[in-house]
Design a protein around this ligand. Structure first.
Ligand SMILES: [Zn+2]
Length: 382
């Protein structure tokens, strides 16, 4: 990956600008961003372990999650985290907004409450290339990248990549008009070239457009490296985690949100659900290995794994697990926080909330989340 170092920032900036169809240069470099004095953390990976995961199958069954167990031994484990909204979409949204009952929340629609990504981008003037979300896929999940709040919204949104490696923000809107180059076949490449030539005017604009097209192709190829080989159980989740790993290694953004969801197979099969937990732990292990093996990432990256909610206490008639019984198994989850500034090997059983993550991450970077209603995870710092 050495060839990336010389121009990593401008590559991704080129992609972000190309995505919007705006070819003007000049996004501020994020290297000089103020971070909290005395803190080592410069980047955060926030995994929303969504889909409904009980503590019983995670930290209650350490054999399922050797990687997360090890991270807990080196970090802080919150064993009593109260969940928010009990629908998948609203509950995951709550992790990113810090509001437990979002206003006017509808499936497949953006929320009214600003997201963590908007707070960071607005509060710290972070450029878009520094904030990414990778998702398992599906139309609903694009709604986590920004809200409809009039003072925040799309101009402070995150870049989103889904499990197939498709940019699904402005880049997607642009390409939707012309056809989506899923694997950049020859036909699609020609189409994209055509599209680029249609952007702006004059020979310089064409050259710039061709350059951006190459950059986009290169980025897609690098980012999706290995993801096409992932099939079977939890493939969507594992792809989202692989994308997060590739993003971190290649571009070193400040924040990567990862949205998982495959655990919800539990409605139909307890065994399939347990396997999803095991596969996701392995994929988280792979992500953390990439962090550990990179000196810069190792000393500057925090990882937070937060479920949206748990699952019912008892099996349903299909030998699966639903989510609706109001039991502690459903309403209490376990959150893992690991990073260079955090305590090591500590378990905290005082009550925390899934909505505390937004304030925690904002504080970690030196800003606030004025409209979030959660607090902060307590006892985190060493
Ligand atoms: Zn469900």
């Amino acid at each position: 990956m050495e060839q990336f170092n010389f121009d990593r920032r401008s590559l991704i900036r080129g992609a972000a600008l190309g995505a919007a169809g705006a070819l003007s240069p000049g996004l501020a470099s994020s290297f000089s961003l103020p971070l909290q004095k005395g803190r080592k953390t410069k980047r955060v990976v926030l995994v929303a372990f969504a889909g409904g995961v009980r503590t019983r199958e995670t930290f209650g069954t350490p054999d399922n999650i050797p990687n997360m167990r090890q991270l807990a031994d080196e970090g802080v484990l919150y064993t009593n985290v109260a969940t928010a909204n009990l629908g998948h979409f609203g509950a995951t949204m709550s992790i990113f907004t810090g509001v437990s009952e979002p206003r006017g929340i509808r499936e497949n629609a953006r929320g009214q409450e600003p997201t963590l990504f908007e707070y960071l981008r607005k509060g710290l003037a972070m450029p878009k290339e520094d904030i990414w979300v990778t998702t398992t896929g599906g139309a609903q999940q694009v709604n986590y990248s920004y809200s409809l709040h009039p003072e925040y919204g799309p101009k402070y949104g995150a870049n989103i990549l889904d499990g197939e490696g498709i940019f699904n923000t402005e880049f997607k809107q642009l390409l939707d008009t012309w056809g989506m180059p899923e694997s950049m076949g020859e036909g699609e490449k020609a189409l994209l070239d055509q599209l680029r030539k249609g952007v702006g005017g004059g020979p310089d604009a064409v050259r710039e457009a061709e350059r951006l097209a190459r950059v986009e192709e290169y980025i897609l190829k690098e980012l999706t490296q290995g993801t096409s080989d992932i099939t079977g159980t939890a493939a969507g989740d594992r792809k989202a985690l692989r994308l997060a790993r590739n993003l971190l290694s290649l571009f070193r953004p400040k924040v990567v949100g990862v949205v998982l969801q495959n655990a919800d197979v539990a409605h139909g099969s307890y065994n399939a659900y347990s396997e999803v937990v095991r596969q996701n732990d392995a994929a988280i292990g792979e992500l953390v290995t990439a962090i550990r093996e990179d000196e810069e990432l190792a000393e500057s990256t925090a990882v937070i794994v937060m479920p949206e909610f748990g699952r019912d206490r008892d099996l349903n008639s299909r030998r699966g697990l639903d989510h609706g019984d109001g039991s502690p198994d459903l309403r209490r989850v376990t959150c893992l926080a690991w990073g260079p500034d955090f305590k090591r090997g500590v378990e905290i059983d005082s009550e925390q909330r899934t909505t505390d993550v937004v304030g925690t991450v904002c504080e970690l970077f030196g800003t606030t989340a004025p409209l979030a209603r959660g607090g902060r995870l307590t006892g985190l710092y060493s």
